[in-house]
Design a protein around this ligand. Structure first.
Ligand SMILES: C[S@@+](CC[C@H](N)C(=O)[O-])C[C@H]1O[C@@H](n2cnc3c(N)ncnc32)[C@H](O)[C@@H]1O
Length: 196
């Protein structure tokens, strides 16, 4: 297992903003790939009622995050896997959080993201997903007053494989995006297509 990104924690204010941007709720299964001290998965479960899976390769961080999960009494909702994120299955993921390098997403993770179920959301901090189109981009001030950038993507809307209908009326596409959260609320597993 190779550690391809160092541990740099996402500021807590930014984690909350990311989970809110992705509209995380009790029906979700949130994955943090490279979960560090477990802050994303713990907050997803504690504040938003989601189930969550942290994937981390560093022994000390795995232990620390497992301790946090126990302290918060979230063992039923949160799992920490000691695993390389390249090896993990995202079959049941409805939300994926990423704070890793651009070239790691491009070279190691893009194929995995392409395999997500339609309607799954991907939220990234600072780093856009190569070749995908965000449905939202938001600046959030962290605790130190620095503005951090969050990107939100939806599988089946943001990924190039969904851009089949190049003649789609841009106004219609815009309307579709505006209605996107209505679709998501009806179930994260519902599929999206840009074809009218
Ligand atoms: C920038 S930190 C982000 C931590 C956490 N997601 C957060 O936002 O606070 C990246 C994390 O990825 C972990 N990591 C690096 N390479 C990894 C790999 N191949 N598999 C799993 N985790 C890895 C690091 O140990 C580190 O904790």
């Amino acid at each position: 297992m190779e550690k391809v990104v160092p541990f740099i924690p996402s500021p807590l204010k930014v984690v909350k903003a990311a989970l809110e941007l992705a509209k995380v709720g009790p029906g979700d299964v949130v994955y943090d790939l490279g979960s560090g001290d477990g802050r994303v998965v713990v907050l997803a479960a504690k504040l938003y009622g989601a189930r969550a899976v942290g994937v981390e390769v560093d022994d000390a961080l795995v232990l620390l995050s497992q301790m946090k999960v126990r302290e918060e009494g979230l063992e039923d909702k949160v799992k920490i896997l000691k695993k390389d994120f390249k090896e993990v299955s995202l079959e049941d993921a409805t939300v994926v959080y990423l704070y890793i390098y651009y070239d790691v997403i491009r070279d190691l993770m893009l194929e995995k993201l392409e395999g997500l179920r339609p309607g799954a959301r991907v939220v990234t901090l600072e780093i856009p997903v190569p070749g995908w189109m965000p449905v939202a981009k938001r600046g959030v001030q962290d605790e130190a007053g620095v503005v951090r950038t969050l990107y939100l993507y939806v599988k089946g809307v943001s990924d190039p494989s969904s851009w089949k209908n190049e003649e789609a009326d841009p106004k219609w596409v815009e309307e579709f995006r505006e209605n996107l959260w209505g679709h998501l609320r009806r179930g994260s597993s519902s599929s999206f297509s840009l074809s009218p």
